[in-house]
Ligand binder design. Structure first.
Ligand code: MN
Length: 480
């Protein structure tokens, strides 16, 4: 994109911000990358420009977009960190350094290098969340241009995308990006399944549109002359999510119960509930399908009302009801919090608090010394297949699938984990490596003076438990 076009796209949502630095970063990046080319044969700057464009699409602030333009300068050109700091200051330089990979020569294996690069990047993210947002924009463009690489490399990068980057985007609430990354990766990992499913979903599109039209019509009629502002959108599901559902249920596409997804977007929270009332009076809700993520938001900031009803023609319709603001957060996640309001950079006052879990989690991960253990924990913790387990007092803990009573104990309190000697699940004694299920009520038995055992490391799932146990064992000289 031409510089003027890029600058004016930014100015469109941040009209009062001085764009001189953006101007400078643009020219600086072109110059620094000189005659370098991408695997596609294009000028290298095309990639930097694409990253900046994504960041602008997500309406990020000026320093982030500058860092996006400059993100490969330290890794791929002769410009030093010191020089960059002199030109662009500490804030931007820190972000660029955060997305810069470590020198490959330092490592024995590719796995070690991958783990250490993730560790470094997450550490930078704990200090400044914008680092991961730049890294995700970088990965998105790399995935879009993956066809220029060798097949073996394509598969490796696609696998890393689907197992680490997409789940991370999901955790950060960047749902639109997560779907994009998933589908791009799916295309390279399983090209035949992708092509086949793509064809079938496209063929289904026409019928879906008819169903949607009928549903819209019925809702409009039910709303009558109530003055509730609303717009109704069809929700397209990623091919990868449909594919995962087929795998989970072990069924072909034709037998998958895949309801039409619809979103109703309105202005206020009160109107969300008013619309829910209207929908439920008009269509029969499916028992147990209603979830209120407005009063109980998800950890990734997501808020909406969810319900499934029998549509006008008897087909199932999955409905999400939300305000415009919730909609932006649902699409862009944490990125939505850097949006410019009334022309000024104004970060969400609660964002820091909301993202504490991220910092805490990164801290536990940093404790894991072996690269393999680090990567495994990272993947497990990012896996969204969670189980919800209750304390005897009725408090709920979200744990990764496969979590044990020990993981639960450590999630309640470190002291309880350390002194754990046994566990009861639903009033029955279980072994400490028991696999917890959603809805289990877990009671931890402790004994004063009891200490962690080395074999616990063989079955705990969460980074938190693993890091606490390891820390103790290391102090005692039991493990290295
Ligand atoms: Mn890059």
């Amino acid at each position: 994109m031409q510089k003027q076009e890029l600058v004016s796209k930014f100015a469109a949502y941040a009209p009062h911000v001085d764009t001189a630095l953006l101007d400078k970063a643009y020219d600086y990046s072109i110059h620094a990358h000189g005659q370098q080319e991408r695997a596609s044969g294009e000028h290298y700057f095309v990639h930097c420009d694409a990253v900046a464009q994504s960041l602008i699409e997500w309406k990020m602030d000026l320093p982030t977009i500058c860092a996006g333009l400059l993100h490969d300068v330290l890794e791929d050109t002769s410009v030093s960190e010191e020089t960059l700091r002199g030109e662009f200051g500490e804030e931007i330089t820190k972000m660029v350094a955060g997305v810069t990979k470590l020198d490959h020569l330092q490592f024995d294996s590719r796995d070690d290098a991958q783990a250490e690069n993730w560790r470094k990047m997450l550490l930078a993210t704990a200090q400044d969340i914008r680092v991961i947002v730049i890294k995700l924009a970088d990965r998105l463009h790399n995935m879009k241009t993956l066809n220029y690489l060798k097949p073996e490399k394509q598969k490796r990068i696609a696998f890393e995308t689907v197992s680490l980057y997409a789940p991370l985007a999901h955790r950060l609430g960047m749902f639109q990006l997560k779907s994009q990354l998933d589908d791009l990766a799916f295309m390279y990992l399983e090209p035949e399944a992708y092509a086949d499913l793509n064809k079938k979903v496209s063929a289904q599109l026409a019928t879906r549109e008819v169903t949607l039209a009928h549903f819209k019509e019925a809702v409009e009629k039910a709303l009558g002359d109530t003055a509730i502002p609303h717009r109704i959108l069809a929700r397209s599901k990623s091919l990868y999510s449909i594919y995962m559902k087929m795998q989970r249920q072990d069924k072909p596409f034709e037998e998958i119960q895949d309801a039409l997804g619809v979103r109703i977007i309105t202005d206020t929270v009160a109107n969300c509930y008013a619309l829910l009332g209207i929908v439920h009076t008009q269509f029969k809700p499916v028992a147990g399908s209603f979830t209120d993520y407005i009063s109980i938001p998800k950890m990734n900031l997501y808020r909406s009302l969810h319900t499934t009803v029998m549509g006008p023609g008897g087909e199932l319709v999955e409905i999400q009801i939300r305000t415009e603001e919730m909609h932006r957060t649902a699409e862009y996640g944490i990125a939505a919090h850097w949006r410019y309001k009334t022309g000024e950079s104004q970060r969400d006052a609660h964002l820091e608090e909301k993202l504490n879990w991220l910092r805490q989690w990164i801290e536990w991960l940093q404790d894991l010394k072996s690269p393999r253990e680090f990567l495994d924990s990272l993947k497990t913790d990012l896996d969204l297949h969670q189980v919800f387990v209750f304390t005897p007092a009725g408090e709920v803990k979200a744990l990764p699938a496969g979590a044990t009573p020990l993981d639960f104990a450590f999630s309640v309190h470190t002291e309880i984990g350390m002194a754990c000697v046994g566990a009861q699940v639903n009033n029955k004694m279980v072994k400490l490596d028991y696999e917890l299920k959603s809805g289990d009520i877990c009671k931890i038995l402790t004994k004063k003076g009891s200490v962690p055992k080395k074999d616990w490391l063989n079955f705990v799932k969460t980074a938190r438990a693993r890091s606490k146990i390891r820390h103790y064992l290391r102090e005692q000289g039991i493990v290295a």
